[in-house]
Design a protein around this ligand. Structure first.
Ligand code: NOJ
Length: 743
C-alpha cells in the first residue's frame, strides 16, 4: 500500500473514533449539567447545605466527636454523605431513608477509610511503597475498591500522600515515605486502581488526595502540630504528589488539620483557591478532615464556629466532615451576606456531579447488593494476590553469611517474641473492615509450609507494652534447644497511625533487652520486624545475623514472611524512607542540601559530636539473596539542549545463582542553582526481574521537566548547568556520571 494512503486509512478511523468519543462525552456532560441544573433549581438553601455535610455513622469511630442523631439528619435531608458505614444491608437502609424519606430523595454518598485494603488487608502504605511496584500497587487499590464497593461504599479517603521525613510521626505508616517523586508515582497508581476508567463502573470508587497540605511535617513529629516551612520547600518537596494526582482526575481532596504559614489548611485560600483551583485546575470537591473547620477556633484563627464556617466556605471548602458547622451556620451566614449563595451552589454542584458520575441518580442502591459481597470479597484470588504483594513489600536489611534463606530441612526453630503468633497487630491501623482473626501469624505461616518437618519452639518472651521479664527464661531455653532462632519483634498496632506519635522510636518494652540476652547464646539470630515506622535499630543491626523489615503485612502476613524466610520468594523491597541511627538525627532524609560546611574530619563542619551524619539504612536500600552487578552509565550525549532528551542506560546482571528482582534507581544532582539544590533527587526507577546469569539493559529518559524545580520566584524552571547523574541499587550505592543542560 502507498505509504500516505496507508497512513490515511490508519489515522482516519482513529480520528473518527476520537471525534465520536469526545462528541459522546460532550453530550453526556450536557445531559448531566441539565439534570443537575434542574435539581438545584428545586433545592432550598437548607437542602443545599445538607449536601455539603458529611457525618459519621456509629458503626466505627475515627475521631473525637460523635453525632448521635445522624439518622434524623439523614431523614430530614440535613446530610449529603455518611462515612464509617458499610455492608450492603446497612448502606441500603441508610440510603432508603435518604431516598424515600426526604423531599427530593437525593442519594447519600458513602465514604470510608479504605486505606490498605477493605476486607482483604494488604501491607500498610509504607510497606506497599517498599515494593516499588506500581502495577501491584494499582492492583491492590483495584481489589480494595472491588471489595469496598461490594459493601455499599462509593468513596475512599485514600491515598494519603503526605511526604514525611519524621518517623516519630505515627502517620508515617500511612504514607509513602520521604520522597516526592516516589510518593507521586504511588499516588497515581492508587488513584488509577480505585477510580478505574469510569466511575460508573460498579467496581470503582472516588479517591481522595489527603491531607492538603504538608500534614506530614509537624514540628517535632507530634501529630496535628504546627507546620512551618518555606514556600520553596513546600512546592518542591511536599506539593508535587498532590499536583501529580490531578492528572489522574482524582475526585476529591481532603484538607489537613495543621496550620501552615500561620493559616489552618482548612481556611487557606492560598492552598484551596490559588494553588488547587487556579494553578492546578482541580475540578472535584474538597472535604475537610474530621471537625477541622471547628478546630480553626482553638488554632486561634476563627472567633467561633460560625466564623470558622465563613472562613472555610470562602476559602473553598465544599464539604464539612463531622463538624456540623455548615449545617448550623451557613444559612445565617448567607442571610448576613458573609457567604454568597453562588459559592454554596458551586460546592453543591461539585458534590452532585460526583453522585451523578457514580450513577446514584439512576439507581441509588446499585452498590448495596448483598449478593456482590459473597462473590467479590476475600476471594481466593484476592488472598493470593495479597500474599504475593505482601512478600514484595519485605525488605531484607541484613543477611550475614547468607544465613537466609533457611533450608527446607531445618529441624527446629525457636520463634520468640510478641509478634510471633499475634494476629491483631498484623493488619495495622486503618484496617478498614479487615477481620484480624483471618490474619495468618508467622507461626502459622511456618507451620503451613513446614508441617511436621520442623519443630517450632514458640514462646512469647515478653510483650510489646509491658516491662515483663517473666518470659525470658523460657525464651532462652527455646533458643538453646533450637537450630535456628527467629525473633519477631515490633510495635503494637496502635503505636502508629493517627494520634500515635512517639518521642522515642526504640523497640518498645523490653524487647531489645530480650534480644540482647538471646544473642549472648552465640547462635545466629534472625530478626523479623513488624511495625509502622522506622525504628532506631543500631544495636539490633550490630548483633543480629539477618533482619527482615516486614512492616504490617496484612491478612497473609505469616505466609508471605515464610515465603521469604525459606527462599520461595527472593526479597526485592527497598526502603521508601531513611532509617536514623538515633532519634536526635531526625529529620534525616537523603535529598538534603549540602550546607556550606559539609561533614568532614575538621571541627567546624555540620555534624554531631556523638553520631555521624550517615543513616543506619539509606533511602532505597534493600538486599537480595542474589547479587546484581551494575555496568557504567551510558548517556546519549553529555550536553543536552533545553528542549532535548537525555537517555541514560545501564546494564544489570544477576551474578548470583537465584532468580531475583531489582529496583534500579536514578538520581540527579544539579551542582549549582539559583537556589541551593539537593545532594540527590530520585528522578526515575524501574523494577526488573533477572534469572541467574541474565543481563538487562535499563534506559531512562529525562527532559527539562524532570530537572526543573520551583525557584525563588515560585516559577517551575530548569536551569542550565552541570549535573551529576547516578544510577544504582540504593540512594547511596550508585554509579555516577555527569552531563550539562544547555541554555
Ligand atoms: C481523620 C484522619 O486524619 C483522616 O485521614 C481520615 O480520613 C478521617 N479522620 C476520617 O476517618
Amino acid at each position: 500500500m502507498h505509504k500516505k494512503l496507508y497512513r490515511l486509512t490508519y489515522i482516519l478511523p482513529v480520528v473518527l473514533i476520537l471525534a465520536f468519543t469526545s462528541e459522546k462525552q460532550d453530550a453526556e456532560t450536557s445531559e448531566m449539567n441539565r439534570f443537575i441544573d434542574k435539581l438545584m433549581e428545586e433545592m432550598t438553601l437548607e437542602e443545599k447545605i445538607g449536601q455539603l455535610t458529611l457525618f459519621t455513622s456509629d458503626m466505627d469511630h475515627t475521631g473525637p466527636f460523635m453525632r448521635e442523631h445522624y439518622l434524623d439528619d439523614i431523614q430530614s435531608g440535613r446530610v449529603g454523605a455518611i462515612f464509617n458505614a458499610y455492608t450492603a444491608e446497612y448502606t441500603r437502609e441508610l440510603q432508603r431513608m435518604a431516598v424515600e424519606e426526604t423531599r427530593l430523595g437525593i442519594p447519600l454518598l458513602f465514604g470510608y477509610d479504605v486505606i490498605h485494603g477493605h476486607r482483604t488487608i494488604f501491607p500498610i502504605p509504607l510497606g506497599e511503597t517498599a515494593t516499588w511496584d506500581m502495577e501491584a500497587i494499582q492492583e491492590s487499590a483495584r481489589i480494595a475498591a472491588l471489595e469496598a464497593t461490594a459493601e455499599g461504599l462509593h468513596w475512599t479517603f485514600s491515598p494519603m500522600i503526605d511526604v514525611t521525613r519524621d518517623p516519630r510521626w505515627g502517620r508515617i505508616a500511612e504514607s509513602s515515605g520521604e520522597d516526592p517523586f516516589l510518593t507521586a508515582q504511588v499516588a497515581r497508581a492508587k488513584v488509577r486502581g480505585y477510580q478505574g476508567d469510569n466511575l460508573k463502573d460498579l467496581h470503582t470508587m472516588l479517591a481522595t488526595a489527603k491531607h492538603f497540605a504538608a500534614y506530614g511535617a509537624p514540628q517535632a513529629g507530634r501529630d496535628y502540630h504546627t507546620v512551618d516551612m518555606s514556600e520553596l520547600v513546600l512546592r518542591n518537596k511536599f506539593l508535587p504528589p498532590f499536583k501529580a494526582i490531578i492528572e489522574e482526575d482524582i475526585a476529591t481532596f481532603m484538607t489537613a488539620f495543621n496550620d501552615m504559614f500561620g493559616v489552618p489548611a482548612t481556611g487557606s485560600e492560598y492552598l484551596l483557591k490559588q494553588v488547587l483551583r487556579e494553578e492546578w485546575g482541580f475540578e472535584g470537591f474538597v472535604v475537610t478532615d474530621y471537625t477541622s473547620i471547628n478546630e480553626m477556633v482553638p488554632h486561634g484563627f476563627a472567633r467561633d464556629n460560625k466564623h470558622a464556617g465563613e472562613l472555610a466556605m470562602n476559602a473553598g471548602v465544599d464539604m464539612d466532615m463531622q463538624g456540623a458547622v455548615y449545617n448550623d451556620y451557613l444559612a445565617e451566614l448567607v442571610a448576613e451576606g458573609k457567604v454568597s449563595e453562588r459559592t454554596i451552589d458551586q460546592a453543591v454542584r461539585r458534590i452532585l456531579i460526583m453522585k451523578y458520575k457514580l450513577g446514584l441518580f439512576e439507581d441509588p442502591y446499585r452498590y448495596s447488593d448483598p449478593q456482590r459481597k459473597a462473590e467479590l470479597v476475600m476471594t481466593e484470588e484476592n488472598l493470593e494476590f495479597a500474599r504475593d504483594f505482601s512478600r514484595k513489600s519485605i525488605v531484607l536489611l541484613k543477611n550475614d553469611d547468607n544465613v537466609l534463606p533457611l533450608s527446607d530441612d531445618v529441624r527446629s526453630i525457636a520463634l520468640i517474641g510478641p509478634m510471633g503468633d499475634n494476629q491483631r497487630d498484623l493488619i495495622g491501623s486503618w484496617s478498614a473492615a479487615g477481620d484480624y482473626t483471618r490474619s495468618v501469624t508467622l507461626r502459622q505461616g511456618i507451620i503451613n509450609r513446614q508441617g511436621d518437618r520442623t519443630r517450632i519452639n514458640y514462646t512469647l518472651g515478653t510483650t510489646v507494652l509491658e516491662e515483663d521479664r517473666s518470659g525470658f527464661p523460657a525464651a532462652l531455653r527455646a533458643a538453646a534447644q533450637s537450630d535456628v532462632v527467629i525473633m519477631a519483634l515490633g510495635e503494637h498496632y496502635w503505636q502508629s497511625g493517627e494520634a500515635a506519635s512517639r518521642s522515642s522510636i526504640d523497640l518498645p518494652g523490653l524487647q531489645e533487652e530480650l534480644f540482647d540476652e538471646i544473642v549472648k547464646l552465640g547462635k545466629p539470630v534472625i530478626v523479623v520486624l513488624m511495625k509502622g515506622r522506622p525504628l532506631t535499630l543500631e544495636n539490633v543491626d550490630e548483633k543480629a545475623s539477618a533482619i527482615l523489615e516486614t512492616w504490617y503485612l496484612g491478612t497473609t502476613t505469616g505466609d508471605a514472611i515464610t515465603d521469604v524466610l525459606f527462599g520461595d520468594y527472593n526479597p526485592s523491597g527497598k526502603l521508601p524512607v531513611t532509617y536514623p541511627r538515633n532519634v536526635g538525627q531526625i529529620p534525616i532524609f537523603y535529598n538534603a542540601r549540602n550546607t556550606g560546611r559539609p561533614e568532614s574530619d575538621s571541627k567546624f563542619t555540620s555534624k554531631y559530636l556523638d553520631v555521624s551524619n550517615s543513616p543506619l539504612y539509606p533511602f532505597g536500600y534493600g538486599l537480595s539473596y542474589t547479587n546484581f552487578d551494575y555496568s557504567d552509565i551510558r548517556l546519549n550525549t553529555s550536553e543536552i539542549p533545553m528542549n532535548g532528551t537525555l537517555t541514560a542506560s545501564v546494564t544489570i546482571t544477576n551474578t548470583g545463582d537465584r532468580f531475583g528482582e531489582e529496583v534500579v534507581q536514578l538520581y540527579t544532582r544539579q551542582l549549582v542553582g539559583s537556589i541551593t539544590r539537593p545532594l540527590k533527587e530520585l528522578k526515575g526507577f524501574e523494577k526488573i526481574a533477572l534469572e541467574p546469569g541474565e543481563s538487562k539493559e535499563v534506559t531512562f529518559e529525562l527532559t527539562w521537566k524532570d530537572l526543573a524545580f520551583y525557584n525563588a520566584k515560585n516559577l517551575f524552571r530548569a536551569e542550565p548547568g552541570e549535573f551529576h547523574l547516578f544510577i544504582g541499587t540504593s540512594s547511596e550505592d550508585v554509579k555516577q556520571t555527569t552531563f550539562t543542560l544547555l541554555e
